[in-house]
Design a binder for this molecule. Structure first.
Ligand code: AMP
Ligand code: GLY
Length: 415
């Protein structure tokens, strides 16, 4: 029987834990540190997270068969390199590949070099050069801090003055710390967004069902950016034609580039796409499962996640008979009122058990058998249906039965 280690504490880590625990071959899923949801999940055991070295020690001592890190920071810090150097099995990109997410400048250079369709761009490591460049440009533009900035380092600029302000904010005032020591300035693309997660094993890439994120806090995509307030899958915009363009213009050139650069790993590549009359463009790579994309898409998989992921570590993902349910999935995030700015914590959650939807916990802990909120995005209500409408109805119907003080959610996910 197999033992799994999942590193992280969000809703993505809860769905990973529950998906791995569903395999008959899996005995225990250790979650470091996990959350109140993984604490309540069968076969799952929360353990403290100390450091990546500490996690490698734990994996070695306990004969862990497969480790999955959730978040990009661990990957960019080299968790995969560390585990591999100790002969431990881990699913995810090594540091050099993780930097395709960790550095937007590096990612854009990779896209250009390998002819992956993307917006035109320039990169600058001096504010004066960036400001001089802006004098000869037309708006709108997008100014991006190079490094990881928890999804906040991208500024859409309608005018040149806004772009100058963005450069100053990122490079001079260091609003995102060292993430802003370099900027990418790129062409603004009008269009509609889609996310496609795919599994890469060094040889083969297998795209998953497409997804549509809802990034803003307010209904109708208004207000501040968040980590994501809901997702539907499949994304109605990803027609067969769009998919074919994605494969031809983005996915295949990416794989060719990874091979040319000898980036050999088994992990997830999450393609953030913009679709318009000109075709499909790649906005960014994320080198890990999305949150809450994973909570929405993983339940549509018909198969054994342990088998699939462990085959991929042998470069044999192509041998797995991947099948997806012919269903629609809808995930609605319940947040703590005030998020993504300041919000309260410690509110008791009730009514989450015995629902038809699956509830993945993102920011709540179990204390004396009570689930108490501990984060901004508190939980995800995820339901499937034959149609999107059916999935939405189920998710929202169940959401009404869940209660905590100052709960907030968008009513228009999937509309
Ligand atoms: P990124 O982290 O690069 O995906 O950027 C975050 C968000 O900013 C994207 O999901 C888009 O909504 C927006 N964005 C990024 N790049 C562009 C672009 N070139 N044109 C228009 N919107 C963009
Ligand atoms: N939901 C977007 C992300 O995981 O980055």
């Amino acid at each position: 029987m197999k033992k799994i280690l999942i590193i992280g504490s969000g809703g993505r880590e809860h769905v990973l834990a529950s998906s791995l625990a569903a395999s008959e071959k899996v005995e225990t899923v250790f979650c470091a540190p996990g959350n109140g949801g993984t604490a309540l999940e069968g076969k799952c055991v929360n353990i403290p997270f100390d450091s990546l070295e500490g996690m490698a020690d734990f994996a070695a001592r306990n004969h862990i068969d497969l480790t999955i890190p959730g978040a990009e920071v661990y990957l960019c810090d080299g968790v995969v390199d560390l585990f591999r150097s100790r002969g431990l099995k881990i699913f995810g990109p090594h540091k050099a590949a993780a930097m395709l997410e960790g550095s937007k400048a590096l990612a854009k250079d990779f896209m250009k070099k390998h002819a992956v369709k993307t917006a035109a761009y320039e990169r600058f490591d001096k504010a004066a050069d960036a400001l001089a460049y802006l004098k000869g440009t037309d708006s709108p533009l997008v100014v991006k801090a190079d490094g990881l900035a928890a999804g906040k380092g991208v500024i859409i600029c309608r005018t040149r003055e806004e772009a100058e302000r963005a450069v100053n904010q990122i490079m001079v005032e260091e609003a995102f710390g060292s993430a802003g020591s370099e900027v990418v300035i790129e062409e603004f693309l009008e269009g509609k967004e889609a996310s496609i997660l795919a599994l890469y094993d060094g040889k083969t890439i297998i795209p998953f069902v497409s997804a549509k994120d809802h990034k803003k806090i307010g209904e109708g995509e208004t207000g501040l950016n968040t980590g994501g307030m809901g997702v539907i899958a499949p994304n109605p915009l990803v027609s067969e034609e769009v998919m074919a363009q994605f494969v031809r213009d983005i996915m295949e050139p990416t794989v060719a580039g990874l091979k040319r650069e000898n980036m050999d790993f088994a992990g997830i590549i999450f393609f953030g796409l913009m679709i318009n009359d000109g075709g499909v463009y790649l906005l960014e790579y994320n080198m890990r499962f999305g949150d809450p994309e994973a909570q929405t898409v993983l339940p549509l998989f018909e198969g054994d996640w342990y088998d699939f992921l462990s085959l991929s570590l042998e470069g044999r993902a192509g041998d797995y008979p991947v099948k997806w349910k012919k269903a629609h999935s809808c995930c609605v995030v319940m947040a703590s009122g005030g998020y993504p700015e300041s919000y309260g914590k410690g509110y008791e959650i009730t009514g989450y058990a015995g629902l038809e939807s699956k509830v993945f916990i993102a920011g709540a802990e179990l204390k004396e058998n009570r689930l108490l909120t501990s984060g901004g995005r508190v939980l995800n209500v995820v339901a499937q249906g034959k149609t999107l409408e059916e999935a939405r109805k189920k998710a929202y119907g169940d959401l009404k039965k869940i209660h905590f003080d100052r709960a907030a959610f968008r009513k228009d996910i999937g509309l």
